[in-house]
Design a protein around this ligand. Structure first.
Ligand code: NAD
Ligand code: UDP
Ligand code: UDP
Length: 311
């Protein structure tokens, strides 16, 4: 039995990861400050004696003896990470330093949940790991993008300088059950709007693209990455390469929900990337033929059923 620390474990992705790790017979410490996460996401795990919940902020030092760390703590939705940009930077940078210090002290393996946002508004499409990105260092999204880029640099340098066993994955847009109704990201917004019969808010003209991955596919990829041998450090893209325009996504959600909602157009936020699609060649090769299994319609249907129960 391994003891595994999941920071941000009460969040959307973290809660799915904690559940899967427990189901595989591990002991899990779920650490969270509940900024965007919630006890509701992990309430069903609380009576498992191998599950431990810790209220803590990773910008403060934290001490525990574990075999592995998954570092997910960080708000991920633009409205939440822009709410307190300095805190977002500190969570990525000071938080990562603390977790790397912990991993170094006890020789634990540590995986960083990095992001496709390190590619910014990309000029190379689809994005391979070798692309360095196009990020505005002083724009609205920079607290998140540059924080995550700096965290990658910290990880690489703790590995090179201090022999810490690291893994970096770059996660592309992921959705699934347990997203907050007020999360603010596109899939939850559109589904909630469609189910409530409210206008569907497209920012810009809707011709920007994203590639959406269902959370179960991500969790599978994360665990496979953690289980690779110590020579595999990444970064490795984990995402679903099926690409959709935001307008097509809105139409699909209206169709599946049979909603009467109208589509309306609102201003495009500053620095909103025009296109995004992962090149997953490296993930397939390195992670034992890993590839996403759940297509957009199947995934959306699961989330729509989930939101029907929540709203
Ligand atoms: P989320 O907001 O649901 O989860 C983040 C969790 O971290 C929340 O539970 C929050 O309370 C917690 N947290 C935030 N700051 C913290 C701090 N200082 N100390 C302790 N806990 C803190 O978002 P998510 O979608 O589950 O994202 C999880 C991770 O995956 C994030 O690091 C995010 O950057 C990364 N990621 C997500 C996506 C995506 O599409 N969902 C894409 C790329 C990367
Ligand atoms: N740290 C932590 N938990 C630990 C070990 C370290 O939170 O189990 C923190 C520690 O407080 C420090 C940071 O991680 O601020 C970086 O640790 P490192 O050992 O690399 O740096 P140093 O203590 O040498 O400055
Ligand atoms: N978006 C939108 N309407 C919304 C929420 C988001 O049109 O109600 C757009 C947003 O401008 C972006 C895309 O959908 O172009 C994905 O946004 P999200 O916040 O989900 O993720 P990110 O931009 O970080 O990839």
């Amino acid at each position: 039995m391994k003891r595994i620390l999941v920071t941000g474990g009460a969040g959307f992705i973290g809660s799915h990861l904690c559940e899967r790790l427990l189901n595989e017979g591990n002991e899990v410490i779920c650490l969270d400050n509940y900024f965007t996460g919630s006890k509701k996401n992990i309430i069903h795990l609380l009576n498992n004696p191998y599950f431990e919940l810790v209220r803590h902020d990773i910008t403060e030092p934290y001490y525990a003896e574990v075999d592995e760390v998954y570092n997910l703590a960080c708000p991920a939705s633009p409205i939440h990470y822009q709410h307190d940009p300095i805190k977002t930077i500190n969570t990525s940078v000071v938080g990562a330093t603390n977790m790397l210090g912990l991993a170094k002290r006890i020789d634990a393996k540590i995986l960083q949940a990095s992001t496709s946002e390190v590619y910014g508004d990309p000029h190379v499409h689809p994005q391979p790991e070798t692309y360095w990105g196009n990020v505005n260092p002083i724009g609205l999204r920079s607290c998140y993008d540059e924080g995550k880029r700096c965290a990658e640099s910290l990880f690489i340098n703790y590995h090179k300088q201090k022999d810490v066993r690291i893994k970096i994955i770059r996660i592309f847009n992921t959705y699934g059950t347990r997203m907050n109704t007020n999360d603010g990201r596109v899939i939850s917004n559109f589904i909630v709007q469609a189910l409530k019969g409210k206008d569907i808010t497209i920012y810009g003209e809707g011709n920007q693209t994203r590639s959406f991955q269902y959370v179960d596919d991500l969790v599978e990829g994360m665990i496979r990455m953690m289980n690779t041998d110590d020579t595999i450090i990444g970064p490795i893209n984990i995402g679903n390469p099926s690409e959709f325009s935001i307008l097509d996504l809105a139409k699909k959600i209206i169709e599946i929900t049979k909603s009467k909602s109208k589509i309306i157009f609102e201003p495009l936020p500053e620095d909103d990337p025009m296109q995004r699609k992962p090149d997953i060649t490296l993930a397939k090769k390195t992670l034992n033929n890993w590839e996403p299994k759940i297509g957009l319609e199947e995934g959306l249907s699961k989330v729509i059923e989930y939101f029907k129960g929540v709203i």
